[in-house]
Ligand binder design. Structure first.
Ligand code: PLP
Length: 447
């Protein structure tokens, strides 16, 4: 039996899928594409800001640009005064070029190149310093402008993390900042944790509030902390996820491929996105004393956050066109006009599990004797190039010309790994405005 794992219902996307627009776009663009819904990004951003306001915490949201290369989302940041977390010269150029002000950027990532540091200082961006030698290079720049820095904390609860400064290095960094005078503005501390748990974020944030108080004794500004990203996205309902994990095994995948639960992103999260921020703020650091929100207020510390995936929740999907279908014993292999590079969970030797939707080609009747279990292969010569190894229970046998829509792919799935392998064109990105039917839906290419 094929295992099913549909995404949460999305009436707006469903209306778009049945409107005929996607077929028209596939025809006009000559194949697969990604579509983007910037209005959803706006709504997610507003929900994060509301969570901060409801907790009476002064804070700022920086969109982690690494989660999607599209310009449309950066445009929304520029329009709404949101910050952007950039981790490379290219991301910084993109953000500035789309109108995000330098002072609204935070530059993250390890061992940042000298050219990146220089532009960041000249633009007045906040720089999350990851190592002592990076701090030294920054202080030696001599641009005549102060470097705005956060010192990134190595997370004690994740000792294997390669990021951040440990206790001794933090102490040394504070001493060097204090000695650097006007060359540096030490604004506070930062971290980014792997995983999606709430309490470790509250705990480390509480520790950073304490570090701010200590740094102020040295005459440093230290009035903000960044808690990074890692706000989960809830893709599928709880019961479906539990059942899936309990039942899945090699028989459910092409080539008997074996996955354990730990190989998968946690596609269901009871507390996700802005609700996770509310929980982080309401929890008590170390499980004692007052809430993190209260501690931030008391200490006069601003809370910065860098959500990537969560700001992109339901803000885009990936559309592929079926090129052919063939049979194996008990299931089919659907080949689409794209590659697994456009669905990057395969990068982690994992699967993007929320189920794709089959849209029959115009004029083709919807059903012929389904369900039809099939994996989904890419149009390359690599045996391992599968978008989905799982035998997905399609409602009917797909045919060439049908579309397959992977839902909710804007967060990291769409374009992290894309390359024009075989000189296949990269799927273009199409921005859809007014998908809710409030006005006539319009489309434009993302630039
Ligand atoms: C420093 C930093 N901030 C923010 C993020 C964004 O994380 P997420 O997309 O899980 O919110 C990342 C992701 O790697 C990161 O490294």
């Amino acid at each position: 039996m094929a295992l099913t794992l549909p995404a949460h219902p999305d009436p707006l996307a469903e209306r778009l899928h049945t409107s005929g627009l996607l077929q028209e776009l596939a025809h006009g663009l000559g194949g697969g594409f990604h579509y983007l819904l910037p209005e959803r990004f706006d709504a997610n951003l507003a929900a994060f800001r509301t969570a901060l306001a409801d907790a009476d915490v002064e804070g700022r949201v920086y969109y982690a640009k690494k989660a999607n290369k599209a310009a449309a989302f950066i445009d929304r940041c520029a329009a709404s005064g949101a910050g952007v977390d950039v981790a490379s010269p290219g991301e910084l150029r993109e953000a500035l070029g789309h109108g995000v002000r330098g002072e609204d950027l935070v530059v993250t990532g390890p061992a940042k190149a000298q050219a990146l540091l220089r532009v960041a200082v000249q633009q007045g961006a906040l720089i999350s310093v990851d190592a002592l030698d990076e701090l030294d290079r920054l202080l030696a720049l001599g641009t005549g402008r102060p470097a705005r820095v956060l010192l990134r904390r190595h997370p004690p609860a994740q000792p294997r993390s390669r990021f951040g400064l440990d206790d001794a290095q933090l102490h040394e960094a504070l001493t060097r900042c204090a000695a650097a005078g006007d060359a540096v503005r030490m604004e506070g501390f930062s971290f980014h944790l792997s995983g999606y748990d709430v309490q470790p974020r509250t705990d480390l944030a509480g520790e950073l509030v304490g570090l701010c108080l200590k740094a102020r004794v040295l005459g440093l500004q230290a009035d903000r902390i960044s808690i990074g990203g890692g706000f989960a996205v809830d893709y599928v309902p709880a019961d479906a996820w539990t059942a899936f994990l309990a039942e899945q095994g090699p028989g459910h995948y092409h080539g008997e491929k074996a996955f354990t639960a730990a190989d998968f992103y946690p596609y269901h999260s009871p507390v996700a996105g802005p609700a996770a921020l509310r929980a982080v703020l309401a929890a008590r650091p170390g499980g004692e004393g007052t809430s993190l929100a209260e501690q931030l207020r008391q200490a006069g510390v601003m809370l910065l956050l860098e959500p990537g995936r969560a700001l992109l929740d339901r803000a885009g999907s990936s559309v592929f066109r079926v090129q052919g279908v063939k049979d194996r014993e008990g299931y089919g292999i659907v080949t689409v006009d794209g590659t697994s590079l456009s669905l990057s969970e395969q990068w982690f030797d994992s699967e993007y599990l929320p189920e794709p939707r089959l849209l029959p080609a115009p004029g083709r009747p919807a059903g012929d004797g389904g369900p039809f279990p099939a994996c989904v292969g890419g149009a390359s010569c690599l045996d391992s190039d599968l978008l989905t190894w799982r035998k997905i229970p399609f409602p009917a046998r797909p045919h060439a010309g049908d579309l397959i829509v992977y839902p909710n792919t804007a967060g990291y799935q769409m374009d992290s790994n894309e390359s024009p392998f075989h000189e296949l064109p990269l799927p273009p990105k199409v921005v859809i405005d007014h998908p809710d039917g409030s006005h006539r839906p319009r489309w434009r290419l993302d630039r």
